[in-house]
Design a protein around this ligand. Structure first.
Ligand code: SAM
Length: 294
């Protein structure tokens, strides 16, 4: 038990905001957590201990950061808002294992920063209450970077968490589900009501747990093409796979022949819709298209 009062109570949060004359910027997705129990559950879900380092995105006034500091070996937190830097210097002063990096996470060289700032090379976990306006770009930025992330426990709008963890044949399943599930196992850990934030967002949130797969979910010969194809398949949502291929890759005869042969080789009916294809079927089709490319 820490000797310090939790930041994430409504009264302590109000006190800190008032002391620093801080006003929320909606454009930066600032919704701060004010419920310590939720923070404890996040840390439990991440199974954080002294044998792991934590990266946080958007520490705000440090509500989650202090829980990470109490449980992980070291914490690096990226915060874009310069007004929060002096606040964090103040609220994080009891925690020498926290380093705040004043940077836009989307522009940060995360590998270099972690190599420079973590004193020991331990498994890295990303834990964050993400700014909702850039949830997907942040996840893609992290997944596409070569940073070895063992696990991510991230809060986002429930609807986005549903899309990421969706299975084929459901309405929520799409290119985002595939892009994330290719690298990680995805599971919603729990739902967070909007009432525990200041200011309150319009929708409920969910904690998504993403665990790194030993190797990508499917074998593809050309990752870029695989992701292009999965995006293309959902381009026109209610159209068939065939129509989306025509729409995205071209309607010329030579292309039509290409799709026909590749679909036949991958044993996929051209009349199916993208949302019915499993990751394996997308991989089979992408590999066949690469092999038969005119
Ligand atoms: N972690 C705090 C909490 O749970 O109370 C705050 C979470 S709030 C939803 C999102 C935080 O991300 C804000 O502090 C915001 O300033 C920060 N932020 C927004 N865009 C960012 C970016 N591109 N890079 C780094 N931080 C960002």
């Amino acid at each position: 038990m820490s000797e310090y009062k939790d930041i994430a109570t409504p009264s302590r949060t109000r006190e800190i905001l008032k002391e620093h004359g801080f006003s929320f910027k909606k454009s930066l997705g600032q919704n701060f957590l004010t419920e310590p129990n939720i923070l404890r559950r996040i840390v439990e879900t991440a199974e954080l201990d002294e044998n792991s380092n934590a990266i946080e995105i958007g520490p705000g006034i440090g509500a989650l950061t202090e829980h990470l500091a109490r449980n992980a070996k070291e914490v690096i937190a990226f915060e874009i808002d310069d007004r929060l830097i002096p606040v964090l210097e103040d609220t994080m002063s009891p925690y020498p294992n926290v380093q705040i990096v004043h940077q836009d996470i989307l522009k940060a060289d995360i590998i270099k920063t972690t190599q420079e700032l973590f004193s020991e090379k331990l498994p890295i976990k990303v834990i964050a209450n993400l700014p909702y306006y850039i949830t997907t770009p942040i996840l893609m930025h992290l997944l596409a970077s070569d940073l070895e992330i063992q696990e991510m426990v991230v809060m986002m709008q429930k609807e986005v968490a549903d899309r990421i963890s969706a299975v084929p044949g459901t309405k929520a399943y799409g290119s985002l589900s595939i892009a994330v599930q290719y690298y990680m196992h995805a599971k919603t850990a729990f739902i967070v009501p909007k009432t525990v934030f200041v200011p309150q967002p319009n929708v409920d949130s969910a904690i998504l747990k993403l665990t790194k797969r030993d190797k990508p979910a499917v074998e593809v010969v050309d990752e870029d093409f695989f992701f292009r194809l999965t995006k293309a398949a959902f381009e026109l949502r209610r159209k068939t796979l065939w129509n989306n291929l025509l729409h995205v890759f071209g309607k010329e005869d030579v292309n039509k022949q290409w799709y026909e042969q590749a679909l036949a080789q991958a044993q996929i009916d051209p009349k199916r819709r993208g949302e019915t294809l499993s990751l394996q079927e997308f991989a089979n089709l992408a590999n066949a298209m690469v092999a038969l490319r005119p």
